[in-house]
Design a protein. Sequence first.
Length: 88
Amino acid sequence: MSTLHTMTATLAAGDGPPAGVATQLNYVLNIIAWLVTAAGVAGLMIVGSRMAIAVKFGDGEEHLSQFLMVMGACVIGATAGPIVGFLL
């Protein structure tokens, strides 16, 4: 618990995290950003293919909600990295 208290006091003092921690955190955030981008592209391709199949068979299913859900997830994933970067 004392380590947590020390880290909290260091961050509260405005010194920021140690250089090694910030570098490792940026590395992890970059990997997560690439994974979110890949998941967003895959999600849009899946929704697009389901739309194409539905049009071909004449189904009147509504795929707009799925499209908006994937786009919303992309927006959340795209803004998470800059928000964390701003806080550090």
